[in-house]
Design a protein around this ligand. Structure first.
Ligand code: SAH
Ligand code: SF4
Ligand code: F3S
Length: 446
């Protein structure tokens, strides 16, 4: 291992938290080899774009950005594409974008320093092999957020939802060993970070051969200094009673679940190969809510999946109303090359104009539900963890345990603190609040 200064690196990250976490691992890996992180591409000897392939739009953004980055490159800097789009396109990307020197998929980051070295000497390369043993255990993630941290506990996905590219870009599911996750959680807590989010594509199917997700929640929840424990994204079919009990009985586990529903129609769910029905999804929600009273619930929904009829879409709207989600990420179906959905009869294709109309109605329905829930909370008190200065710059932004955003007055010395606030106003989606207590004492980490 060398530690002399080798240069500067800038990583731009697209896509999900798994990519954010992978970028932290890449920064860490390159730091071991003497690369110093910088905040803009203009200063960087190495520019990496960590990409997402989930929808066509995500890829188009990256292609546009790669064109722009050309103008930011110094004469000798290296431009690499990593992540899911790199995995999906591999050498095709080297052919189509001549100024890109490296294409590295999610299991190839161990070789990053040598590939970068090679590229600096003019060798273009793509590395897109899956490595089912690879968890980057010896990497030291370089984290830039001092308040909360991600821990990947599982890589890949063994579901085969017919719309989804992830099994192709991330390979088969594999879990890290519980002891390794706990060791990482201890290190994070010792650094003063109190909130941890466990990551996996179907995180509650976690199994390291000896421990299931219930055991993992209890073990990480028991780490001294971990005051809030979250996880994303769980799959409805993997919420065993053991997992739900562990959530309810582990004080650090936050009262919030992000539970992708995708559709409220059993017909559509079947063609999506989600492996649950509308009824069994509702049943999963009911089991969670009865074990964890007051739980926040958010979801992902796709409209315009092949064969989605007006009635199927109405079923989605009625499920949204019946369940009362606190928020939802909503998407128009995007056909992804190589997925089973692209092999469905063309007659099932939903016209784009129909999908757009459905999306607009869905967003409105989600907003109405969210506003109703949030208005009902005005006057309530909640504990928030203050995460950062809000985007508008004058207020601080915090989150409740049930994942609601609250803006409060204060100064940046309060970032990282827990405060009890009264919810005084709502835009419908976020809250404004006022601090009602002095700083709560943090449990002392030993
Ligand atoms: N592993 C997670 C989902 C990861 S992808 C899970 O199973 O819950 C995040 C979200 O993107 C999905 O929940 C889905 O709503 C959406 N998505 C995935 N593929 C898509 C596609 N081809 N078109 C539109 N939305 C898609
Ligand atoms: Fe994609 Fe389905 Fe796996 Fe989620 S569970 S990553 S939607 S294949
Ligand atoms: Fe995108 Fe890959 Fe995540 S496709 S959503 S970055 S797993």
């Amino acid at each position: 291992m060398t530690t002399h200064a080798s240069g500067t690196v800038y990583i731009e990250t697209y896509g999900c938290q798994m990519n954010v976490s992978d970028s932290e691992l890449m920064y860490g890996r390159l730091a071991e080899f003497g690369y110093v992180a910088v905040g803009s591409p203009d200063e960087a000897d190495v520019i990496l774009v960590n990409t997402c392939a989930i929808r066509d739009h995500a890829e188009q953004r990256v292609i546009g950005r790669l064109g722009e980055l050309k103008r930011h490159m110094k004469p000798n800097s290296v431009l690499g594409v990593t992540g899911c789009m790199a995995q999906r396109l591999g050498p095709r990307l080297l052919k189509s974008a001549k100024h890109v020197q490296l294409v590295i998929g999610p299991d190839g980051y161990r070789a990053l320093p040598s590939l970068v070295e090679g590229a600096r000497n003019g060798v273009r390369a793509s590395s897109v092999e899956f490595d089912l043993e690879e968890h980057y255990e010896d990497f030291r993630a370089q984290r830039f957020d001092g308040v909360k941290a991600w821990i990947p506990v599982q890589r890949g996905c063994d579901y085969k939802c017919t719309y989804c590219i992830v099994p192709m870009t991330r390979g088969p599911e594999r879990s890290r060993r519980l002891l390794d996750v706990v060791r990482e959680a201890r290190g994070i807590a010792e650094s003063g970070i109190t909130e941890i989010t466990l990551l996996g594509q179907t995180v509650n199917s976690y199994n390291d051969g000896q421990h299931d997700f219930a055991a993992l929640l209890r073990a990480v929840g028991a780490v001294s200094g971990v005051r809030r424990l979250r996880f994303t994204s769980p799959h409805p079919n993997d919420f065993s009673e053991r997992v739900i009990d562990a959530m309810a009985e582990t004080p650090a586990v936050c009262e919030h679940v992000h539970l992708p529903m995708q559709s409220g129609s059993s017909n559509v769910l079947k063609r999506m190969l989600r492996r649950y029905t509308r009824e069994s999804y509702l049943d999963c929600v009911a089991r969670l809510r009865s074990a964890i009273p007051g739980m926040g619930l958010t979801t992902d929904i796709i409209v315009g999946f092949p064969g989605e009829t007006d009635q199927d879409f109405e079923d989605t709207l009625s499920a949204v109303r019946e369940i009362g989600f606190d928020d939802a990420f909503t998407f128009k179906f995007s056909a992804r090359e190589g997925t089973a959905a692209t092999r469905m009869p063309e007659s099932l294709t939903v016209p784009d104009a129909t999908a757009s109309k459905r999306l607009a109605r869905l967003i409105e329905t989600v907003r109405d539900g969210m506003r109703a829930q949030n208005l009902g909370l005005l006057g309530a008190r909640r504990e928030i963890l203050i995460e950062k200065v809000s985007r508008r710059g004058t207020l601080l932004q915090g989150r409740t345990r049930d994942f609601r955003t609250v803006l409060v007055p204060g100064d940046d010395s309060m970032i990282g603190q827990y405060q009890t606030v009264e919810l005084t106003g709502t835009t419908g989606s976020t809250f404004t609040g006022g601090v009602v207590s002095e700083r709560l004492q943090l449990p002392v980490a030993v």
